[in-house]
Design a protein around this ligand. Structure first.
Ligand code: AMP
Length: 112
């Protein structure tokens, strides 16, 4: 499958890993939009949050269990933001479900 994030999972594309377990991988974003910008992904290929269903939803719990560990690893002791972009209007550029973890400064109040 021609998916950048699947290639990061397989090691075909290098990444700066910040957390990994059986179901989840987190790595630094290549073009950070905040002092800390990690990407948290399921190892299972799910195209976007719009593809979450009762069969694959357990991995979403795994992701949200991993996020506090990612935040701790990245030194985010004063809060952070978790975002997932979905589809065309959401400006999703990589079609593998991912959650941006942003922090390291006071983030803008408005999201759009
Ligand atoms: P989105 O626009 O929500 O689909 O976010 C995709 C994110 O993946 C962007 O913030 C990109 O900078 C990031 N990204 C794309 N390719 C890589 C890569 N090879 N390593 C790390 N982050 C990447």
């Amino acid at each position: 499958m021609d998916c950048i994030f699947c290639k990061i999972i397989s090691g075909e594309i290098p990444s700066k890993k910040v957390f990994e377990n059986e179901h989840v991988l987190a790595f630094n974003d290549i073009a950070p939009q905040a002092p800390v910008h990690a990407i948290v992904i399921p190892k299972q290929h799910i195209a976007s949050a719009d593809e979450i269903n009762r069969f694959n939803s357990p991995v979403i719990a795994s992701i949200f269990e991993a996020i506090p560990k990612v935040a701790k690893e990245c030194g985010l002791t004063n809060g952070y933001r978790v975002i997932t972009n979905v589809g065309e209007d959401g400006c999703q550029s990589v079609k593998h479900l991912h959650f941006h973890v942003l922090g390291g400064k006071k983030l803008p109040e408005k999201l759009s």
